[in-house]
Ligand binder design. Structure first.
Ligand code: NAI
Ligand code: MG
Length: 500
């Protein structure tokens, strides 16, 4: 159990931030929701209310889109040079970095994740992401194109990469700050204006970021932040006729709703959706790194990770050893509140997610799965689930087919490689995949055969803002990181003229 010395004392600025209701950021001003309503965000370690937040709805989305539209069409933002845009983004990154501890604590309190991970990963990654995209502001280039159609004339033909316009961005609760910066980064780099809707479970770090956005000196209306629920504020943003693009990360189910909502003005979409990623351990793998690698692939962030390695396939000869090794790690992980620095597994995000994950465990047992370790809720307060290794599982079971989004891995043996590839690809998803082997030819051959947006060889879950990320099949549309983001946040305009 946590002792007083291991629990982080809450930073006075964080206490101050959560003490009064947070408001919406529209057109450079903090305002109440038009309805006057607020909603609670909870501390998942206790189930208690952490803060109250203005509840954005359609009217607020209308106001925010109008502000973003005005900032895009007429504001000073358009007149800034790319270097000036980049400098603002870099300044924002510096401001976040200077308050890293506050952001880390707020993220831990609102989401439940270990504060140690927020300090080491979430917040530094967010800072790096802003800096990475700040660098892109000056590198949005077109090209010159040799034409062949009219040989009697000489032509100058070139392309311009133009900003797509007003972007609505809807993000989930598993990595709130990383998601906010990953969405804002490319949009701001190319000169878009934004309406950002954080997840209703975790609005706080985005709202603190909003304060720093103002301190950094972004022109009013460039970034508007509207917390609220998906079916109200989120749906209004997706259907809005003056929004040019929606960037969404979340469930595949909601991704499909967004596709429908976007048809009115055929706004562009990028979607980063769910996954059920296979992680494959061959008998010739370096087992001493594959075992902790496989455990980390599923238990990191309580398994609330879109690329979680949730289907672990192990070649027969090593099956027992890997199940045993991953189970030992699972049972050794310290479960507790995120604000305890010894915690390795925090609570799940919500009562709803707890019920969903426990429901999956029950369905697994009904269909014949067995827990090699873990397998149930931990404690009675907060939304904790034991890190769980399920065996006796097969590809027909719900726990193997559907995204659980919790600390639950299903382990299955394999012997035939063709059969394995077919099973690994037999999913509506295609986000990530892992391959563990010492055989370099086999590793690359299998990487080519897996239908997934990212394949990790002898590692898992390594992400970087420079490396394209996204999904095949129902895991999404588009690649948001790296230079591929240009395809999502700019329009290409061809210009041509005879020069003889
Ligand atoms: P969700 O997809 O409902 O929530 C993600 C975001 O979408 C939130 O900001 C939410 O307010 C918004 N949203 C919801 N309905 C909307 C609508 N009709 N129009 C516009 N925006 C809408 O995810 P939820 O319900 O919180 O989690 C359910 C499951 O989704 C999880 O168990 C997990 O399997 C999956 N998920 C996947 C994520 C990923 O990173 N790929 C992140 C979060 C959830
Ligand atoms: Mg919360």
């Amino acid at each position: 159990m946590a002792t007083a010395t291991q629990t982080v004392a809450v930073d006075p600025n964080v206490n101050h931030f959560v003490a009064k209701p947070r408001r919406l950021l529209i057109g450079g001003k903090w305002v109440d929701a038009a309805s006057g309503k607020t909603f609670p965000t909870y501390n998942p370690a206790t189930g208690e209310v952490l803060a109250h937040v203005a509840e954005g709805d359609k009217e607020d989305i209308d106001r925010a889109v109008a502000a973003a539209r005005a900032a895009f069409d007429r504001g000073p933002w358009r007149r800034l040079t790319p270097a000036e845009r980049g400098r603002l983004m870099w300044r924002l990154a510096d401001l976040v970095e200077a308050r890293l501890e506050e952001f880390a604590q707020l993220e831990s309190l609102d989401n439940g994740k270990p504060v140690v991970m927020a300090r080491l990963a979430d917040i530094p990654i967010s800072v790096d992401t802003l800096r990475y995209y700040a660098g892109w502001a000056t590198k949005v280039e077109g090209s010159t194109i040799p034409l062949s159609m009219q040989p009697e004339w000489k032509f100058l033909a070139y392309t311009l990469r133009e900003t797509i316009g007003v972007v609505g961005q809807i993000i989930p609760w598993n990595f709130p700050m990383v998601m906010a910066t990953l969405k804002l980064g490319p949009a701001l780099a190319v000169g878009c204006t934004v309406v950002l809707k954080p997840a209703e479970q975790t609005p706080l770090t985005a709202l603190l970021l909003g304060e720093l956005i103002q301190e950094a000196g972004f022109p009013d209306g460039v970034i508007n932040i509207i917390p609220g629920y998906g079916s109200t504020a989120g749906a209004a943003l997706c259907a809005h006729p003056l929004v040019d693009k929606i960037a969404f990360t979340g469930s595949t189910e909601v991704g499909k709703l967004i596709v429908h909502a976007a048809t009115g003005n055929l706004k562009k979409l990028s979607l980063e959706l769910g996954g059920k990623s296979p992680n494959i351990v061959f008998k010739d793998a370096e087992i001493d790194s594959a075992i902790p690698g496989a455990a980390n692939a599923i238990f990191f962030n309580q398994g609330e990770v879109c690329v979680a390695g949730s289907r672990l396939y192990v070649e027969d000869a090593q099956f027992d050893k890997v199940v045993d090794g991953v189970s030992k790690i699972a049972s050794s992980l310290r479960i507790g509140p995120g604000m305890d620095t010894t915690t390795q597994i925090g609570p799940l995000i919500s009562q709803e997610q707890l019920a969903r994950v426990c429901g999956y465990l029950e369905s697994g047992y009904t269909e014949g799965a067995k827990a090699a370790t873990g397998g149930k809720r931990h404690g009675e307060k907060g939304y904790f689930v034991e890190p769980t290794v399920l065996v006796n599982t097969n590809d027909k079971m719900k726990v193997v087919r559907e995204e659980i989004f919790g600390p639950v891995v299903t382990v299955m043996p394999f012997s035939d490689v063709d059969d394995l590839i077919a099973k690994a690809n037999n999913t509506p998803y295609g986000l990530g995949a892992g391959v563990w082997t010492r055989d370099i030819k086999k590793a690359h051959r299998i990487a080519a055969e897996l239908r997934a947006g990212t394949v990790w060889i002898n590692c898992y879950g390594v992400l970087d803002p420079a490396m394209p990320f996204g999904g095949y099949k129902q895991s999404g549309w588009g690649r948001e990181m790296g230079r591929q983001m240009l395809d999502l946040y700019t329009e290409t305009k061809s210009v041509c003229t005879p020069i003889t």
